[in-house]
Design a protein. Structure first.
Length: 76
């Protein structure tokens, strides 16, 4: 009887340890995903700032591009 009780308690303890390990693993994944998402957002913001700070193409550049595109046959 003592052996059976010890086996049941060992099984319960193993299940609890496995459940705690799973919880800690998933929490770590969630934290890593949140950190990665924040990093992606910061990269987007920095890229957008650089895009806004630069000047667009000049009218001459646009006209040249349209001219060369017309020579190719106008395909998309």
């Amino acid at each position: 009887m003592l052996t059976t009780l010890r086996a049941y308690l060992s099984a319960i303890a193993a299940a609890l340890v496995a459940a705690m390990g799973a919880v800690l693993y998933l929490r770590g994944r969630k934290d890593a995903d949140a950190k990665h998402e924040a990093q992606e957002w910061n990269e987007y913001v920095n890229t957008r700032k650089r895009m806004d700070e630069t000047d667009g193409p000049s009218d001459a550049d646009v006209a040249k591009w349209l001219h060369e595109r017309g020579k190719r046959g106008g395909g998309v």
